[in-house]
Write a protein that binds this ligand. Structure first.
Ligand SMILES: [Fe+2]
Length: 278
């Protein structure tokens, strides 16, 4: 394991943090499949992502309520004392005020299934199918379950994963990634993406293995991408509004979503829908 500095830009502002891991350059190959890809029919194919309309107002409110309930359940499951009636997502960090408590809560919220929500996740899969022109499912065959993740990022914290591609994990190779802002998502906190980076070949990427990167003492499932031969990693925050979602390729480099808000917890929802190959 070596300690290296990961330097990148988010909306032109430089960031740097330490990552621990074993780093290597990949083979001369492009993992992003160019033919019949889930984003092949999209005009944003070369960008690798787009912001799309996902919900009407009432649906968004219902989804947000369902996510709030999930987080309340996760807090209760850890026997943490709090005032349930007054709990709101933006003030999460005032209730969960240590790293240790936060790790306990996200241990639950990062690994949920469709059935944990009073919201029809499959309906969302069919909505995004219509946009992409490919059939999608919420069922992950390799994991034999559905997978839904609530991502919680406290203000002024290192609650971030490293820059990465989900597609390095075999069960996320042929999916569409969906990122949905729920609370506290704005120009200071929204998910950063590296436009066009799904087209970078592996021999131009320095990265770790899966579960091989540590930031701030936390090991991440996804490999960390430290640098590329295409120059500095320039990320952008598309900053979708309430009711919108970002759709993006699992090979698009993303992450490092530092929450620069002073006193607001950021909550977002991550969905991954495999493409059904007929
Ligand atoms: Fe990811």
């Amino acid at each position: 394991m070596t300690k290296k500095k990961c330097d990148l830009f988010i909306d032109k502002e430089p960031y740097s943090f330490e990552v621990e891991g074993d780093f290597f350059w990949g083979k001369e190959e492009l993992l992003f499949k160019q033919e019949d890809n889930v984003i092949s029919k999209m005009p944003w194919y070369n960008d690798g992502y787009a912001v799309v309309n996902a919900f009407v107002k009432e649906e968004f409110q219902a989804l947000k309520q369902s996510i709030t309930n999930c987080i309340i359940e996760a807090i209760k499951a850890n026997n943490i004392e709090f005032n349930e009636a007054e709990f709101t997502l933006n003030n999460y960090h005032k209730v969960i005020n240590t790293d240790e408590l936060h790790q306990k809560v996200i241990h639950i919220t990062k690994n949920l299934e469709n059935t944990d929500f009073d919201f029809d996740i499959d309906e969302l899969a069919s909505r995004f199918s219509k946009i992409l022109g490919y059939k999608l499912t919420s069922w992950i065959e390799e994991l034999q379950k559905t997978h839904v993740q609530i991502r919680i990022s406290r203000p002024s914290s290192l609650d971030i994963n490293p820059p990465h591609r989900d597609g390095y994990l075999s069960y996320w190779e042929d999916i569409i990634n969906v990122w949905i802002p729920i609370e506290g998502c704005n120009e200071n906190s929204s998910l950063p993406l590296y436009p066009g980076s799904h087209l970078i070949h592996e021999n131009n990427i320095l990265r770790t293995e899966s579960k091989g990167a540590k930031i701030n003492g936390n090991t991440y499932y996804v490999p960390c991408i430290l640098e590329t031969k295409e120059g500095p990693i320039h990320m952008e925050r598309p900053n979708p509004k309430e009711g919108e979602a970002i759709l993006f390729s699992p090979y698009l480099i993303h992450g490092a979503g530092v929450n620069k808000n002073k006193d607001v917890t950021r909550v977002s929802l991550e969905l991954r829908f495999p493409k059904i190959n007929l």
